[in-house]
Design a protein around this ligand. Structure first.
Ligand SMILES: Cc1ncc(COP(=O)(O)O)c(C=O)c1O
Length: 341
């Protein structure tokens, strides 16, 4: 039985071509700069992301945290959306690793109020921490894409105040797909970006951070400090190259499947699909416990080989990914109909 996994886009299996490339990858000791496959991945990433240089890192969390560490000094303050991955899901890493304080601001799924942002940037005062970094997230994990005009507005302000901008672009290519632009059109509005290879793009492991040559040189050292010098990591990088060259164009299928799933889910009694958060491969909905009993749904689907996460804070999230085909949406809907009958 094919297992269908709607829990995330991190759950995908590497493609056959990725496995082959990994098995035959030319490798060397990357800490010495000797791994030809990683060097190729990093050069390719820099080119695609429109930056001078790039660095392979073990995960998206690592990519964000090494970027914060590279941009800031201890005691700085970073400005970041209250609902950002950096705030919610990175175990307080900014405080632990970089020794910075996070100043959170309201966001509409990644879009900031410019007046609030302006007011949060610190002036000069003996009592104040320095504002060391502004962070953005695009696509936002809440399922929306931040418009380019807003990215530009934030970047202009940051440049005006001499503050760098880091973009958590874990799903940058989903954002680019939605906007119908090249990824570099988005990353021109940041100084550094973290992009995950192991989400929608299907690589088994890894992210890349891109920025100026000077930034990446320092980040490489900070990666070593964090224990991320990975020796023959070209084994992993080989899959990353395929992720970047062959898996980007198909993201639109994930978005189309998510759109279909939204439409089908909306037909269930007691289910309220959030249609505003419909830009990428995520389907968010609320459901009454009476019509859509969470334990019964989660267990019933699991018995039928379908994995989902239960609701978090009263909200459900189904995610499409490269291992979910269009007909798998029908399978999920049929299974739900059976369970809820
Ligand atoms: C927006 C965002 N940023 C960063 C990450 C971190 O990636 P990783 O799970 O590879 O650490 C995730 C993971 O889901 C994410 O959704």
């Amino acid at each position: 039985m094919k297992i269908l996994d709607f829990r995330s886009d991190t759950v995908t299996q590497p493609t056959g071509k990725m496995r082959q490339a990994m098995a035959s990858a030319r490798v060397g000791d990357d800490v010495y700069g000797d791994d030809p496959t990683l060097n190729e991945l990093e050069a390719l990433s820099a080119k695609i992301l429109g930056k001078e240089a790039a660095l392979f890192v073990p995960s998206g969390t690592f990519g964000n945290q090494v970027s914060i560490l590279t941009h800031t000094k201890r005691g700085d303050e970073i400005i970041v959306g209250f609902d950002a991955h950096i705030v919610w899901h990175e175990v307080g890493g900014a405080a632990v690793i970089s020794g910075v304080q996070t100043r959170t601001l309201n966001t509409d799924y990644g879009v900031y109020d410019m007046e609030e942002l302006k007011n949060l940037i610190r002036g000069k005062d003996i009592h104040y921490p320095d504002t060391g970094l502004i962070c953005m997230e695009n696509a936002h994990g809440g399922g929306k894409v931040v418009p380019l005009a807003h990215m530009a507005e934030v970047y202009d302000l940051a440049q005006d105040r001499g503050i760098p901008v880091h973009l958590d672009g874990a799903r940058l290519f989903n954002a680019a797909t939605y906007l119908g632009v090249e990824a570099a059109e988005i990353t021109r509005y940041c100084d550094s970006v973290n992009v995950c290879l192991s989400k929608g793009l299907g690589a088994p492991v890894g992210s890349v951070v891109a920025g100026s040559a000077a930034f990446i040189e320092k980040a490489r050292k900070m990666r070593k400090l964090m224990g991320g010098g990975m020796r023959q990591a070209g084994i992993l990088g080989a899959a990353g190259i395929i992720a970047l060259t062959e898996m980007v164009d198909r993201l639109k299928e994930d978005h189309e499947n998510a759109a279909l799933l939204r439409e089908r889910m909306a037909a269930f009694k007691g289910v309220e699909v959030d249609l505003a958060r419909s830009h990428i491969n995520m389907v968010f909905f609320k459901a009454s416990e009476e019509d859509f009993p969470s334990d019964r749904v989660v267990e019933g689907l699991l018995e039928r080989g379908i994995k989902i996460n239960g609701p978090e804070g009263g909200e459900w999230r189904f995610v499409t990914n490269k291992d979910i085909e269009r007909e798998d949406i029908d399978t999920l809907i049929r299974a739900l109909e059976e369970i809820l009958e």
